[in-house]
Design a protein around this ligand. Structure first.
Ligand code: ZN
Length: 329
């Protein structure tokens, strides 16, 4: 399996989350982990970031992100391949407490990706579950400017269509969709339109394909193999639509699916019936993380469909690494 750049995965958002679970990923991976979303304050997200840093560094198998070169060393470089690189991402701008100086504070702690709006409208713009879509606000446009300036990915996942298109228009560097599949293949408000994908690619950005059952159309617990094949379908569709150099992976893997499903049940204002009518959400890769229904299985399916070694290396990580070299500084 090629070296992996995981652009979004989810530990439980609790100080007791076990960072050792990230050791399920192959050493040498780049892992962007979530530290907060819409209901969290700056203090909440900061406390989680500090706790996660301490625990991950104490574990010994991880190092915190610094620059793009260290996160994804070129082949043959003097690499540290016995550790994985950790970075943080925020889903929603609410954890900035309305203060754009907090982007820099979180960047110091390891933040490298932020999406302005998680599902529903906030100070920055509209989310993918809003019925009225007015895109980014003036504050949201300022936020994108600060993300560009500090060197943090501006991420359109969970945003409304127009917010996503506005990010592409406002950002002066490549934007990303960290974990979004294609609405043309499976209709769901969390999946993006072809226009959004094209606008992202035109910035030079990358779309990370996720493995969440309800966004892939295969949410039964025993459909792990179907979810992997559906991820491959979305990768192939994206490659055809915008070019393979604009497709990556942000699996959205939840390390404690029960905890996530409980959060989903407890926070109806954040999720809506578009999520909850399916019952318990299922993820790929599931328990078989490093087997047939996990990342190696996805690699195998892509190889069988004719994706070359170079194509698969680009999708598994090279593409996001290229964007990081342009956006981080
Ligand atoms: Zn998400």
């Amino acid at each position: 399996m090629p070296r992996l750049w995981e652009q979004h995965c989810c530990p439980p958002l609790l100080p007791t989350a076990d960072m050792g679970e990230l050791g399920r990923y192959p050493l040498g991976s780049y892992l962007s982990i979530n530290i907060g979303y819409a209901p969290h304050s700056a203090a909440d997200a900061r406390a989680l970031a500090e706790q996660f840093r301490r625990d991950a560094l104490a574990d010994g198998r991880f190092r915190m992100v610094s620059g793009a070169e260290d996160a994804w060393p070129e082949p043959g470089a003097d690499t540290v391949d016995d550790t994985s690189v950790l970075a943080f991402d925020l889903e929603d701008s609410n954890p900035l407490d309305g203060d754009l100086d907090n982007v820099d504070v979180f960047h110091e702690l390891g933040l490298r990706s932020l999406l302005p709006t998680y599902n529903t409208r906030n100070a920055a713009g509209c989310g993918c579950l809003d019925t009225e879509d007015t895109g980014l606000t003036a504050y949201g446009r300022d936020l994108i400017g600060v993300l560009n300036e500090v060197g943090v990915f501006a991420d359109g996942s969970h945003c409304s269509v127009r917010t996503g298109l506005d990010i592409a228009r406002v950002s002066t560097v490549p934007m990303i969709y960290s974990h979004s599949n294609f609405a043309a293949l499976h209709a769901h408000p969390r999946n993006i339109t072809d226009d959004q994908a094209r606008a992202c690619a035109e910035t030079g950005g990358v779309i990370g394909i996720n493995g969440v059952g309800i966004f892939l159309g295969h949410n039964a617990p025993d459909e792990g193999a179907e979810r992997v094949r559906a991820m491959a379908d979305h990768i192939a569709y994206g490659a055809e639509l915008v070019g393979i150099e604009h497709i990556g992976i942000g699996s959205d893997y939840s390390f404690d699916a029960d905890e996530f499903n409980a959060m989903l049940a407890d926070s109806p204002e954040s999720f809506s019936e578009e999520y909850t009518r399916y019952g318990q959400l299922q993820w790929t890769p599931p328990e078989d993380f490093l087997g047939e229904s996990g990342f190696p299985g996805l690699n195998q399916v892509l190889a069988e469909r004719g994706f070359s070694d170079a194509d698969r290396a680009a999708v598994f990580g090279g593409n996001f690494a290229r964007v990081a070299r342009k956006v981080w500084h």
